[in-house]
Design a protein around this ligand. Structure first.
Ligand code: CO
Length: 307
């Protein structure tokens, strides 16, 4: 980067300025777990990660008939965190350390797989019987090398425990899953600094999220169409906006003539800048550690679910 451009960026950051848009990414559709459809902006062949984030899946929204709900039966994870955020539906979770939980609309499960768990993520028996609307997200957050083999941890936060805020003009609301937004601080603890905000912006509203300049930041559009960044770039549902590291805030607007509420997830974190070796549900730093993870799983060292 030239000295002149670097100086300009530094000047912009000092002024407290809005980040530009570095790129807009379309999602692919793929089948996950026991065969449910997801929309996935990354990873894909051309875009494997957005450090420290490894994957984002949107499950649904879809109407599921009685007896048709699918989930992800017993499978392992090691070396990162899975974050499940449900907007509608009803899921049950069980794992090899004897932990069981249930997620309903608005609830979050932040699972630190660390050294390894085997878990299942399935629709509740009740939801499987009746069917209904299913909509949710799973984000994978990488762990730094020093934390990859820590003891697994679960943080289950019900919708009522998630801090929420509304703007003075009433046009913007936020649910603060991680980090801080609109004066509210999340209750979830993260291993490295993470921001995870769910914004709902009515026509004519604008959200401004503080994001320190050393964070990578993106937005995933859940519903509607919005204007993003300093240049007001337009994008819509299913697209991901990557922001440039050239400012300390991210600006999101819904045009005043918009017909629908704009709904987005804003996700940001400090990049780890460490080598990534990944194979399916294992994310480590070296190929040797991946082989070890596969062996540990095959020999039952990550345990099994007792049901
Ligand atoms: Co899983």
């Amino acid at each position: 980067m030239s000295i002149v451009i670097e100086a300009l960026i530094k000047e912009k950051i000092r002024a407290g300025s809005s980040r530009g848009v570095a790129g807009i990414v379309n999602s692919i559709e793929t089948l996950e777990g026991g065969g449910f459809l997801v929309r996935r902006p990354f990873p894909k062949a051309s875009f494997s990660e957005f450090d420290p984030f490894l994957l984002l899946d949107e499950m649904g929204p879809m109407e599921v008939g009685p007896g048709e709900a699918k989930g992800a039966p017993d499978h392992p994870h090691r070396g990162f965190e899975t974050v499940t955020y449900l907007l509608s539906g009803d899921m049950e979770h069980k794992d090899s350390s004897g932990h069981a939980g249930r997620l309903r609309a608005g609830d979050v499960q932040w699972m630190t797989a660390g050294a390894g768990v085997v878990h299942s993520e399935m629709p509740s028996r009740e939801f499987a019987r009746t069917g209904g609307r299913m909509h949710g997200f799973q984000l994978w957050v990488n762990l730094p090398q020093r934390d990859k083999m820590i003891k697994p941890r679960y943080q289950e936060i019900s919708s009522s425990q998630i801090p929420k805020a509304t703007s003075g003009d009433g046009l913007v609301t936020v649910s603060v899953i991680a980090g801080e937004a609109m004066g509210q601080k999340a209750v979830i603890e993260t291993r490295t600094p993470i921001i995870y905000s769910h914004y709902r912006i009515r026509a004519g509203g604008a959200a401004v999220q503080k994001v320190p300049e050393n964070y990578n930041a993106f937005v995933y559009i859940v519903e509607g169409e919005g204007l993003f960044g300093a240049e007001h770039e337009r994008a819509g549902a299913g697209q991901m906006i990557m922001f440039a590291p050239d400012g300390d805030e991210v600006r999101i607007e819904n045009a005043s003539d918009a017909k629908t509420t704009l709904e987005v997830l804003l996700i940001a974190g400090v990049p780890l800048n460490e080598p990534v070796a990944r194979y399916g549900p294992f994310v480590m730093n070296t190929e040797g550690e991946i082989r070890q993870a596969i062996e540990d799983y095959q020999l039952g060292r990550m345990g099994a679910i007792n049901s």
